[in-house]
Design a protein around this ligand. Structure first.
Ligand code: PGA
Length: 256
């Protein structure tokens, strides 16, 4: 099943353990119509995936993903989560290269590339996250940095891989700061990403969705979704609150 756009994804980061996950969905699911245009996905902490999968037993319209994977399937890798185990626990998607993975945990472009391949091979659709820091933006290097992250992650992918890939542009300075990119800035970077994608995915059957992430809230969701080339949203803080995330999903349903 390929996801149809717009896509609204909630990244819970290190929030909501199993019991908070159950409580979240008890409150959230009645707020989300089953008949809608937007695809909706959640990325709970790996330990909460089974609780989320349980809560979604009767809601196949809501998808789950894992926030990070390791490239080995099993073995002496203390603390890691494999793609196949995440899939067994209910994940259909995997966030790869989120800015916190890159900047807090030092994940390199090479590791990101390897994880994209691992996700695809294990049947998880990857959401590749890219984005520049404030320093990089202020020095005028934003498009170059995002371009390099994309070029590195996309190298080696084939036509069929592009059918399952999703990109998320998340400027680091916008994540968790309350300062979202303007719809114009988002559109400009998404256009740049699109050009790189077109070059790499020559002959790809599907247009790779490009999501925007960084301080998305109910009051800026519609404007961001209306920006050209913005195919959906990756939401952190506002996805933890059922009523707020439901408003963002509703905004996505009304777009275009
Ligand atoms: P935020 O996080 O919405 O809290 O800014 C977005 C993200 O990190 O994916």
């Amino acid at each position: 099943m390929t996801l149809s756009t717009p896509i609204v994804a909630g990244n819970w980061k290190l929030h909501h353990g199993p019991s908070a996950t159950t409580a979240f969905f008890r409150e959230f699911l009645p707020l989300l119509p089953t008949e809608r245009r937007a695809s909706v996905a959640f990325f709970p902490p790996a330990l909460s995936l089974p609780a989320a999968a349980d809560a979604l037993t009767d809601r196949a319209d809501v998808l789950l993903g894992v926030q990070n994977i390791y490239w080995e399937t099993s073995g002496a890798f203390t603390g890691e989560t494999s793609a196949s185990m995440a899939a067994e626990a209910g994940a259909r998607l995997a966030l790869i290269g989120h800015s916190e993975r890159r900047h807090v945990f030092g994940e390199s472009d090479a590791e990101v590339r390897r994880k994209i391949r691992t996700a695809l091979d294990a049947g998880l659709d990857p959401i590749l996250c890219v984005g520049e820091t404030l320093e990089q933006r202020d020095s005028g290097a934003a498009t170059e940095i995002v371009g390099m992250q994309l070029e590195s992650a996309l190298s080696g992918l084939t036509g069929a891989d592009f059918d399952r890939l999703i990109i998320a542009y998340e400027p680091v300075w916008a994540i968790g700061t309350g300062r979202a990119a303007s719809p114009d800035d988002a559109a400009q970077m998404h256009r740049h990403a699109r050009q790189i994608l077109v070059r790499h995915s020559d002959g790809a059957r599907r247009t790779v969705p490009i999501l925007y992430g960084g301080s998305v809230k109910p009051d800026n969701a519609s404007a961001l979704l209306a920006a050209p080339e913005v195919d959906g949203l990756l939401v952190g803080g506002a996805s933890l609150v059922p009523a707020e995330f439901a408003l963002i999903c509703a905004a996505a349903d009304q777009v275009r």
